[in-house]
Design a binder for this molecule. Structure first.
Ligand code: PGA
Length: 250
C-alpha cells in the first residue's frame, strides 16, 4: 500500500544516550500524523530507541541486515534479531553499503527476500552516479538495479517494498536533485514496475526521495506527484531539522 513516509537514517552516528535524547525530542515535538515517521539508528541503539518510541506513532528501522537467520557469520545481524527488537523497516542496498562494503545486486536481492520473509518492510535504495547521469545512463542504471534487486520476488510482495531513489551525487553533498529530476525518475520507476508486474503495480509502491533533503527543500520535493516522502541522512541527526522536514512536507 502506498504510504507517506519521512525516514531518518542516522548512519554511523549517535551513542545510546545521544540516540535517546534525539528520539525523545522528536517524540515530544511530533505533531503530524499523515506522514509515517521512521527513525533508523545504528544497531547499537535499536533496543533503547525501540523502547523509547514504544506506544508512540514513530516506527523503528535498521540500516542493514544479513540474509541468514542465524549461524557462524561473525559481525552480522540477522533479520530474526531485528524483528525481535520491533524493527519494521530495513534499509537494503544503500549506496554507502554498495560503495564501501562491496554489496552487490545479488546480495541486495538476498537481503530483500530475508527482510520480506520476516514480515518487515525493506527500503530498497537505488540511484545513479554523477558519471552515469552525465553520460545519460540514469534510466539504464535504475532499471538494472531494480531488476536485479527484485529478481524472484513474488508479485504479492512487491507492494510491501518501499523504494528510495537516492542519486549518489546528492547524498551528503548538499546538492539536491531538483524536484523535476526526482519526479522524472520516480515516474520512471513506477512505469518500470508496471512493465515488470502489470496490474498498475507502479501506483501501489511507496517511493521516497533521498539526497540532501532539508527543511527548505522538503516541500518542493514532496510536492511532486510521484514522491511519497523522504529518506533523510544528515538532516535527521538534529530534531529541529528532522521535524522541519516533517512539518514542511506536502
Ligand atoms: P543525506 O543522506 O540526506 O545526508 O544526503 C541521505 C541518505 O544517504 O539516505
Amino acid at each position: 500500500m502506498r504510504e507517506k513516509i519521512i525516514a531518518g537514517n542516522w548512519k554511523m552516528n549517535k551513542t545510546v544516550p545521544e540516540a535517546l535524547s534525539l528520539v525523545q525530542e522528536i517524540k515530544i515535538k511530533l505533531t503530524r500524523s499523515d506522514y509515517k515517521v521512521v527513525v533508523i539508528p545504528p544497531f547499537t541503539a535499536l533496543y533503547s530507541v525501540g523502547g523509547a518510541i514504544s506506544g508512540s506513532p514513530i516506527k523503528l528501522g535498521a540500516q542493514n541486515v544479513f540474509w541468514e537467520d542465524a549461524g557462524a557469520y561473525t559481525g552480522e545481524i540477522s533479520p530474526v534479531m531485528l524483528a525481535d527488537l520491533g524493527v519494521e523497516y530495513v534499509i537494503v542496498g544503500h549506496s554507502e553499503r554498495r560503495k564501501y562494503f562491496g554489496e552487490t545486486d545479488e546480495m541486495i536481492n538476498k537481503k530483500l527476500k530475508a527482510v520480506l520473509a520476516h514480515n518487515m518492510t525493506p527500503i530498497l535504495c537505488v540511484g545513479e552516479s554523477l558519471e552515469d547521469r552525465e553520460a545519460g545512463r540514469t534510466i539504464n542504471v535504475i532499471t538494472a538495479q531494480l531488476k536485479a534487486a527484485l529478481d524472484g520476488i513474488p508479485f504479492v510482495d512487491i507492494e510491501n517494498i518501499v523504494i528510495a531513489y537516492e542519486p549518489l551525487w546528492a547524498i551528503g553533498t548538499g546538492k539536491t536533485a531538483t524536484p523535476i529530476q526526482a519526479q522524472t525518475v520516480h515516474a520512471f520507476i513506477r512505469e518500470e514496475l508496471n512493465t515488470l508486474y502489470g496490474n498498475n503495480m507502479g501506483d501501489k509502491v511507496t517511493i521516497l526521495y533521498g539526497g540532501s533533503v532539508k527543511p527548505d527543500n522538503a516541500a518542493d520535493l514532496t510536492g511532486m506527484p510521484d514522491v511519497d516522502g523522504a529518506l533523510v541522512g544528515g538532516a535527521s541527526l538534529k530534531a529541529e531539522s528532522f521535524l522541519g522536514i516533517i512539518n514542511n512536507a506536502k
